[in-house]
Design a binder for this molecule. Structure first.
Ligand code: A3P
Length: 288
């Protein structure tokens, strides 16, 4: 995976959107408020999907904000340079996104009552989604073949570092009452049930009709049709959607159309080795 990068605390970041200062600010200076809601993911795991869901929950299904404010402004990535401009204007509760690994996350969070929703996805689907993403986002040199891309991914040379370390780091918080984790696969299989669980965690009481509105407007189709959610507001010299859509397929298991049997087995071996100490099971482990 080729992009102009630097390392911060052992993790790769992109010079185009991060700096030592923006990361140090995110880690050491950023002031978390007690009612903040953080949407944390490893890239390509459903971050934007969760932004849509959380904003709709916040507004009890009313789509005024999601139809008028671009998604990256609705919930900025607080570790990126320039995000402060948007975050300082957000109304409460702030819904803030982040791809940071746990060891770099805002220190003030751990002393606050703020909450985190952490979304994970089958890493093989993350690989495929990210592979195509490099072809449209200008900070990357477009990946040419999956084999090299896969090697970089398993070696932690991707943007935001190792998927395995990200999951293991954040899962240290799995029993914390301020932390809720969910998978892309659960969202795909039962969007309504997932939304109900998220509402419960956040303490939002929506009636059935309001939940229906959240579900209807956070489907892949609705988001793809919403010009404030499909990233079409971003200039094409930054995100060139003539070469592929940001909202690409929105499916679980697309890796099967891309990995060879040998690549899949190789990945499974590495996965088992790296994840063996984490005594948890994930939906994609049955599917593999
Ligand atoms: P694909 O490339 O597999 O289609 P992120 O927001 O973390 O960058 O993740 C992007 C991935 O989430 C893309 O996956 C995108 O299509 C998918 N996605 C976004 N919104 C979705 C939705 N409403 N339903 C299903 N998948 C969605």
């Amino acid at each position: 995976m080729s992009f102009d990068h630097f390392e911060y605390k052992g993790v790769r970041f992109a010079k185009a959107v991060h700096s030592e200062d923006s990361l140090s600010y995110a880690e050491n200076t950023f002031e978390v408020l007690d009612d903040d809601i953080f949407n944390v993911t490893y890239p390509k795991s459903g971050t934007n999907w969760m932004i849509e869901i959380l904003n709709l929950i916040k507004h009890k299904g009313d789509s005024t904000v999601s139809k008028t404010v671009p998604i990256h402004i609705r919930s900025p990535w607080y570790e990126t340079a320039g995000s402060e401009e948007y975050i300082s204007k957000m109304d409460s509760p702030r819904i803030i996104s982040s791809h940071l690994p746990q060891h770099i996350f805002a220190k003030s969070f751990f002393k606050s009552k703020a909450k985190i929703i952490y979304t994970m996805r089958n890493p093989k689907d993350v690989v495929v989604s990210m592979f195509y993403f490099t072809k449209i986002l200008n900070i990357f040199k477009p990946a040419e073949n999956l084999q090299n891309f896969l090697e970089d991914f398993v070696q932690g040379k991707a943007l935001y570092g190792s998927w395995f370390d990200h999951i293991k780091g954040w899962m240290q918080m799995k029993n914390d009452s301020r932390f809720f984790f969910i998978t892309y696969e659960e969202l795909t299989q039962d969007l309504r049930g997932s939304i109900v669980r998220i509402c419960k965690f956040l303490g939002y009481e929506l009636d059935d009709a309001q939940i229906d509105l959240v579900v209807e407007q956070s489907t892949f189709k609705s988001m793809k049709e919403n010009k404030m959610s499909n990233w079409s507001q971003v200039p094409s010299d930054v995100l060139d959607q003539s070469k592929g859509s940001f909202l690409r397929k929105g499916k679980s298991g697309d890796w099967k159309n891309h990995f060879t049997v040998a690549q899949s087995e190789h990945f499974d071996d590495i996965y088992q080795e790296k994840m063996k100490d984490l005594k948890m099971t994930f939906p994609w482990e049955q599917a593999s």
